[in-house]
Design a protein around this ligand. Structure first.
Ligand SMILES: Nc1ncnc2c1ncn2[C@@H]1O[C@H](COP(=O)(O)OP(=O)(O)OP(=O)(O)O)[C@@H](O)[C@H]1O
Length: 597
């Protein structure tokens, strides 16, 4: 702990660092033991979190960095935070404190799965002896009944215990998850662990089972981590929420950070309205960060961010004061739109330092409209990185599965993570897929290469064990796509979902048309305003509207400098024919004024 004068110096330093931002300071100096912080992208979440940790350590409210548990939903977010904390926290504390905190090794920052793996490695033997070697258990997707019946040699009926459970987690069926918890975990122990397999949900569920059956293990962790920080809280699913609730003891200090408008993973189990549920259930005080730093030098982007959020707050009557003017390309058909997009990219890249200018084309979904854009990029020799893969695409899944199983194989022979072992691993994977001409596989190989090299460079600060967990979790969470910010190409083309958490200088959002953004399933199918797309939000469509608005918002906020929208008056249907299309209702929202370029 710091001396009184050192504390005073640090507090002054923090005030200066955050001087004009009352809400950030409120979070940092809050006396509340339980805070829920609403923090949109670029509002200073990371900076505030680091200062809060520094303040708690300096004032002795938390005795040591190792007493803080920081959890996130995605692997990538966990390691980004760990990197930022290890870089900045020592600078805040060390010049003052001569007894240097060895922050790096002491902070436990992980995604839920990494944390659970760590616990199962230590205490999982109480459930099954194979859990002591969890790092070399083979992972299997328990949502795929065919795969598990074949691998585990179990009946279809038995397999359905696992697939139904996996579906229940995805569809936030809390009752099923609770009711069949023991049956599911018993099944994992009997059918998976004996054969050296483990499933993704199984890792979380077995940790919960351990806490349920061995309360002394739970009490140990509750006591060990008196402070829990959770980032990306809006993406928490039923199992991770159950885990969090278990870890919270009466005396626990909590800071949960999230942004409900960025909950776009509802379809894989993110619980709706969880920020509100946590606030009420755990008696948390809520603070909303209010200032956007990302778009400080771009008033129109700043206004756009604000106006979209106002639409989310009160969809039927948003309190808009000033409209945001946004660049917009309007054309007659998809070919013209594709040509204009190509021209825009050429002009953006030639007007900036080529090496530094990164552009993303973000779409809601694949289809004929996007194919046309790709065709034109190719004709014009604009090199691009293809990242149009969905989380459930068979090639995307099988590539990750192969990486996971070959990596486990390699670990069984040699547990070391070094340049040599990783390049050997890469060569094996490249060999496995050498006959594939699929653009998805080509991109995944590229992403794998980038990721493995980052594991040794950007993540060099991690311990050997953490590096191993990072690599395993990336394959198991199927998140190689999170490395697409780091590929060489200046231009990437991706779905908005795939781009969550990533950023580029410029983002182009094409196909801002009825049936594309939002799409038929999202909002258009059941809409009563198809003829003019002047959407009125009411109780019947509000839920769907907010989900579509979240996707739109996540797309917009991927831009560091500027977003550019485009739309055509006719669009391709799935069968390749064309149909007239109105301008998307998202661009007709109160507070958005498109300015044709
Ligand atoms: N109070 C402040 N004064 C000056 N600059 C700030 C302040 N708060 C944040 N910033 C700057 O704004 C930028 C975004 O901050 P930070 O990375 O903490 O935000 P974030 O919410 O974590 O963003 P993202 O979600 O995009 O990662 C950083 O460059 C940060 O230094």
């Amino acid at each position: 702990m710091l001396s009184e004068s050192e504390q005073h110096q640090l507090l002054e330093k923090l005030r200066t660092l955050h001087s004009d931002d009352e809400k950030q300071l409120e979070v940092i100096f809050s006396e509340s033991k339980r805070l829920i912080v609403e923090a949109p992208a670029g509002y200073g979440k990371t900076k505030t979190m680091i200062s809060k940790v520094a303040y708690l350590l300096a004032t002795g409210q938390i005795a040591h960095p190792k007493k803080i548990l920081t959890l996130t939903f995605s692997v990538n977010a966990a390691y980004k935070i760990k990197k930022e904390l290890s870089e900045h926290l020592p600078h805040l504390i060390q010049p003052i404190n001569s007894n240097q905190f060895r922050v790096n090794e002491r902070l436990f920052v992980s995604n839920y799965h990494g944390f659970c793996r760590h616990i199962l490695k230590k205490y999982g033997y109480l459930l099954h002896s194979n859990l002591s070697n969890i790092e070399i258990l083979k992972s299997v997707d328990d949502s795929e009944s065919q795969e598990i019946t074949a691998l585990l040699d179990i009946s279809y009926d038995k397999a359905s215990i696992f697939t139904e459970y996996s579906d229940a987690v995805k569809s936030v069926d809390k009752q099923h998850v609770l009711k069949f918890f023991n049956r599911y975990t018993d099944g994992i122990i009997e059918s998976f662990l004996d054969k050296d397999y483990i499933s993704f949900n199984g890792i979380l569920a077995l940790t919960l089972r351990l806490f349920q059956d061995y309360s002394e293990v739970l009490h140990f962790y509750q006591g060990y981590f008196p402070m829990i920080i959770v980032d990306e809280f809006q993406d928490t699913n039923v199992l991770s929420w159950a885990l969090l609730k278990k870890l919270v003891a009466d005396r626990s200090q909590l800071v949960f950070i999230g942004d409900s408008l960025q909950r776009i993973y509802g379809f894989i189990g993110a619980i709706p309205n969880l920020m509100l549920e946590a606030e009420q259930l755990l008696s948390m005080d809520r603070i909303a960060l209010e200032k956007n730093y990302r778009f400080m030098s771009n008033p129109q982007m700043l206004q756009l961010d604000k106006n979209i959020r106002l639409n989310a707050e009160k969809p039927d009557a948003p309190a808009i004061q000033i409209k945001a003017e946004v660049p917009f390309i309007s054309v007659n058909n998809q070919l013209e739109e594709s040509e204009k997009i190509a021209q825009k990219i050429i002009s953006l890249i030639s007007s900036e330092d080529r090496q530094l200018c990164k552009v993303a084309i973000l779409v809601k979904q694949r289809g004929e409209n996007v194919n046309k854009i790709i065709e034109v990029l190719m004709e014009k020799n604009i090199s691009y990185f293809y990242a149009l893969f969905g989380d459930d695409d068979s090639e995307y899944l099988s590539f990750h599965r192969e990486c996971s199983s070959q990596f486990t194989e390699q670990l069984r022979k040699d547990i070391r993570i070094s340049k040599g072992t990783l390049s050997k691993f890469y060569i094996k994977i490249a060999e496995t897929f050498k006959h594939s001409s699929s653009p998805v596989i080509k991109s995944l190989l590229n992403l794998l290469e980038v990721f493995l090299s980052r594991a040794l460079s950007d993540y060099s600060f991690l311990s050997a064990e953490d590096k191993l967990i990072l690599i395993r979790d990336t394959f198991e969470n199927r998140t190689l796509k999170q490395n697409m910010e780091y590929v060489n190409e200046n231009v990437i083309i991706s779905t908005i979902h795939g781009a969550k958490g990533l950023e580029w200088d410029y983002v182009l959002m094409p196909d801002m048309e009825q049936y594309s953004m939002p799409n038929w399933n999202g909002l258009c199918g059941a809409c009563n305003h198809k003829s003019n797309c002047n959407l009125t939000v009411d109780s019947r469509n509000e839920k769907n509207f907010l989900e579509e608005l979240s996707v739109f918002y996540v797309g917009v906020t991927r831009a560091r400098k500027q977003i550019v929208f485009s739309a055509s008056k006719t669009r391709f249907k799935a069968d390749g024919t064309t149909q007239p299309a109105n301008l998307s209702c998202m661009l007709k929202l109160p507070g958005i004024a498109v300015v044709e370029q």
